[in-house]
Design a protein around this ligand. Structure first.
Ligand SMILES: [Zn+2]
Ligand SMILES: [Zn+2]
Length: 167
């Protein structure tokens, strides 16, 4: 399958331009361009400039999302840079434009935050286990007892201690 087709499919599945960019090792904005079929010569055309001027005037150089009046650019609503119908174009400020191109659902944010939370809890727990082992091994603490305290099985404790030694 060709690259651009692959990118389009990922985009349809809801991946952001930036995350697709990471997969192909190119920038998110370049992905945007490739997917929407942008070519530099096209963008420089006089016609397009004239169209953009109409949009700037129509939207009064104001971001149609947040109302800011600085750092304004023209955005293609359907993501297709070839579609320069006036109703497909809108003025956005750069920050709002960036948000438009990196849709991250609240579900994604929750999942990611939950993952971060679990990772930090796990790391912290492992640190406590390793410290306890170092401190109390000589006094007779056994792995089975650590396992009991942390509600893990003994091989898991063994694994955590072994991993810690490598560091
Ligand atoms: Zn804005
Ligand atoms: Zn855009």
């Amino acid at each position: 399958m060709d690259r651009i087709k692959q990118m389009k499919q990922l985009r349809e599945k809801g991946f952001s331009y930036n995350s697709i960019g990471k997969m192909f090792n190119i920038s998110g904005s370049r992905i945007h361009q490739l997917i929407s079929g942008y070519s530099p010569s096209q963008k420089n055309s006089e016609l397009l400039k004239a169209i953009y001027d109409i949009i700037y005037k129509r939207d009064k150089l104001t971001c149609q999302k947040c109302g800011k009046k600085t750092d304004i650019i023209v955005h293609h609503i359907d993501g297709n840079n070839d579609n320069s119908n006036l109703e497909n174009l809108v003025c956005l400020c750069r920050p709002c434009h960036k948000k438009t191109h990196s849709p991250m659902s609240i579900e994604d944010i929750k999942k990611r935050t939950e993952r971060d939370k679990q990772r930090i809890i796990r790391n912290y727990r492992n640190k406590i286990i390793c410290d306890a082992w170092k401190r109390y091994k000589a006094q007779g603490l056994r792995m089975t007892e650590l396992a009991e305290i942390f509600k893990l099985d003994t091989p898991h404790i063994f694994y955590i201690l072994k991993e810690n030694k490598k560091k």
